[in-house]
Design a protein around this ligand. Structure first.
Ligand code: AMP
Ligand code: GLY
Length: 423
């Protein structure tokens, strides 16, 4: 079958890599794609926000299945438009995408379904947010309600920091996403990214991963979209996985279905594993980036069949198999990230680097200028290694990085430190 993948990042390159190995695939298209994806798919200049254009493209190219990578088109209702046009796709509807589109929506659902999460309040003005704050203990977490590309969260150590974060949201620092503010109890523990495929009624667990959100070594500095990840996450034991399914994922799927807005797609739970058990930090309604890059290296089952089974509502009869190997990805970012990244610096040595045994290199933000490859974004490359252990996977990834010549870029040298220290 012909498949259209929507997106342009490292996550989509990893998805394209796995989709292109499917025996079900005839031709893969990607909109808009990137130079790495262009080696696996035909990249097309389509605006995912223009639903008519996407539907027209699907009809003209006999597309039988659409895979939507990023959250924005999902929250924007691209799925509903495809539904109306009778085109099958992977991802939630607009109503179900509210699990990511509004943090307050998810918190209220947790309260209704008794899902463990941080205590919270929702506010639409600074005065009531600040009076609530005055009754709480520090540190405390202040969040913009809507989509803010991972940047709308402040962990405040002092009352004045928290008040400044509240004022920043209401004065438009995150645009419409900050019209409502959430104040949350600070959760202490180890974070993990957990993924489950959901077909509206049944959920099946995928593998776990651990992200590194801070830009600096030793988990310091500002938050980013993720500077590296590894899978599996040792903290997600079989017992913990079962608890997360029972206490968090299954009640969510059940509540969404009972409201008449069943969730189909991949539910990405950002978890804090606390001393009393797993708690939900937030949901995303799409695969993680860079978590997908490590998951795809470990996936043994056919990705395309798994995504189609999800869309068709037949996960009850489905299992997904994983390699026992570990995978680890290091994000190479352009100087300036997560602020304003420097664009158009030249990257050399990728051809040599990708020959490193056990390594796949995914493009996240690159563009071609004739024969030259240039940085074109904040997170630019994902150097991903596989090995029998996390240490082996890490060694493969860093060995490949040694061969890349890119003075305009930087990366963390300590990806995987928690898992490696625990040994
Ligand atoms: P979010 O965008 O909600 O995932 O938040 C981004 C990051 O902020 C998370 O990955 C956590 O590291 C941190 N964070 C968010 N909420 C909390 C919380 N309630 N307690 C502790 N850390 C949090
Ligand atoms: N790596 C975190 C995310 O995809 O949101």
């Amino acid at each position: 079958m012909n498949v259209l993948l929507i997106g342009a990042g490292g996550r989509e390159h990893a998805l394209a890599w796995a989709l292109s190995a499917s025996p079900l695939l005839t031709k893969l298209f990607c909109a808009p794609g990137n130079p790495g994806i262009a080696e696996l798919a035909e990249c097309v200049a389509l605006d995912a926000g223009n639903h008519e254009a996407v539907i027209g493209f699907c009809r003209d190219n006999a597309i039988e299945f659409v895979v939507i990578g990023p959250e924005a088109p999902l929250v924007d209702g691209l799925g509903n438009a495809l539904d109306d046009a009778g085109i099958r796709y992977f991802g939630p509807t607009k109503a179900a995408a509210q699990l990511e589109g509004s943090k307050g929506f998810t918190k209220d659902l947790c309260r209704e379904a008794n899902i463990p999460t941080a205590d919270y309040g929702r506010f639409t003005d600074a005065t009531s947010a600040k009076s609530y704050l005055a009754t709480k203990t520090l540190p405390i977490v202040v969040k913009a309600d809507g989509l803010a590309a991972g940047k709308g969260v402040v962990i405040a150590a002092t009352q004045s920091e928290a008040e400044a974060a509240i004022d920043a949201c209401f004065s438009g620092a995150f645009g419409a996403a900050g019209r409502e503010v959430l104040i949350e109890e600070f959760l202490d523990g180890e974070e993990a990214s957990f993924f489950a495929l959901c077909d509206g009624k049944t959920a099946i667990p995928l593998a776990s991963a651990q992200d590194h959100k801070r830009v600096g070594e030793g988990d310091t500095g500002p938050n980013t979209g993720g500077m590296g990840a590894y899978s599996p996450a040792p903290v997600m034991t079989e017992e913990m996985t079962q608890r997360v399914m029972r206490e968090i994922i299954e009640p969510t799927v059940k509540t969404m279905a009972s409201r008449g807005t069943p969730f189909k797609g991949v539910l990405f739970a950002g978890l804090m594993i606390t001393s009393t058990g797993p708690k939900l930090i937030e949901y995303n309604v799409r695969f993680g980036d860079p978590e997908t890059q490590v998951l795809m290296l470990r996936l043994k089952s056919d990705l395309l069949s798994s995504l189609i089974a999800t869309a068709d509502g037949v996960l009850g009869k489905f299992t997904v198999r994983w390699s026992d190997d570990a995978a680890l990805t290091v994000v190479m970012a352009a100087e300036g990230y997560p602020g304003t990244p420097t664009k158009d610096t030249e990257i050399k040595g990728l051809e040599t680097a990708r020959q490193t045994p056990g390594v796949e290199i995914f493009h996240a933000g690159t563009r071609r200028d004739g024969p030259r490859l240039l940085a074109n974004g904040g997170r630019v490359l994902n150097i991903t290694g596989r090995g029998r252990t996390i240490a082996e996977a890490r060694d493969a990834a860093y060995a490949a990085i040694e061969k890349i010549e890119w003075p305009g870029g930087f990366y963390r040298t300590d990806i995987g430190w928690r898992a490696l220290k625990a040994r």
